[in-house]
Design a protein around this ligand. Structure first.
Ligand code: ATP
Length: 293
């Protein structure tokens, strides 16, 4: 298969978007209706050799069109390479908190640091290049499978694409499609299942290879076998990366280095599964109601 029989213009567009730091985000941002007014400050610099420490210092945030403060004086620290599970009731602000790290929204107060550097002083493109995002609703666009994976890193070669697809357990499936990696997906192409889309987005992230990972764990939609497989791929992906996961599964929560309980009152509890169960507080309650023990 010749992967490179694509209109050259389209590939150039990819490259340009990437240069502007929008790879994987521009279309997502369009889709999410995210404020486009966030721009680089004059002193903004690139992030280099990211270890992946994330810190929130007294962060407060409210949506411009919303009345209420979603996050108020949030303090949080994630060590490089650690996995932190974010749990809490619906509407507590888990997704919001995660979306502040790639700076989809400007915070009202406090600061967010990556490796001790304020994200406001980091070039937006550089910031977002270092963060991988796995959403519940996977965002794929009309084009070939290969283009969709390449979005993670337009400079990648065919070998790297295949390697990423293998890690995401989607390579064999792709080979069985009529045009392999050049198969069109979307409206006029092959329709993919939720699990297949997830895996393509995971392949994209293996290719992107970001030191920081944000996972919004799926609550439903996948069958058991697919779910277990995807879970495995995600575990492999998070290996050695700072990972913040909005967790819905017990296995994820138990495997996390730390659990953060976010409620409407803010971060109410922090610690390991065992520690929080012993404490018999909000986490213990949440855990018992969610997992019906
Ligand atoms: P869930 O577990 O249900 O996904 P969550 O803890 O992730 O909930 P968020 O999605 O972060 O909570 O929402 C926190 C609050 O912010 C909610 O009151 C929600 O209505 C509000 N909110 C979320 N997104 C926006 C937005 N784009 N504009 C205005 N308000 C929003």
């Amino acid at each position: 298969v010749n992967f490179f029989l694509q209109p050259i213009r389209r590939l150039t567009e990819f490259a340009q978007q990437y240069e502007e730091g929008m790879a994987g985000f521009s279309r997502f941002m369009d889709a999410m209706n995210i404020e486009p007014d966030i721009i680089d400050s004059e002193q903004a610099t690139e992030l280099k050799d990211v270890a992946g420490m994330i810190k929130f210092n007294n962060v407060s945030f409210s949506y411009k069109n919303g009345k209420e403060t979603v996050l108020s004086n949030v303090n949080l620290e994630i060590e490089p390479g650690k996995t932190v599970a974010l749990v809490g009731p619906s509407g507590a602000g888990k997704t919001t908190l995660c979306h502040l790290i790639p700076r989809f929204y400007e915070i009202d107060d406090g600061e967010i640091l990556i490796d001790e550097k304020n994200i406001k002083d980091i070039k937006l493109g550089s910031l977002r290049k270092n963060i991988g995002l796995v959403q519940q609703d996977v965002f794929l666009f009309t084009g070939t499978i290969k283009e969709n994976i390449l979005y993670g890193n337009p400079d990648a070669n065919d070998e790297e694409i295949v390697e990423a697809a293998k890690k995401a357990s989607i390579h064999d499936f792709i080979l069985n499609l009529p045009d392999g990696y050049d198969t069109y997906i979307g409206e006029k192409g092959v329709m993919l299942s939720g699990g297949q889309k997830q895996r393509i987005s995971i392949a994209r992230l293996f290719l992107k290879n970001p030191p920081i990972l944000i996972l919004d764990e799926a609550t439903s939609a996948l069958d058991n076998k697919t779910e277990i497989e995807i879970q495995k791929s995600l575990e492999e992906l998070s290996e050695g990366r700072t990972t913040l996961v909005i967790a819905h599964r017990l296995s994820t929560i138990k495997n996390a280095d730390e659990i953060i309980v976010l409620t409407n009152e803010g971060i109410e509890e922090k610690g390991s599964h065992d520690k929080l169960l012993k404490k018999d507080g909000i986490y213990a309650k949440l855990y018992k109601s969610q997992f019906k023990i």
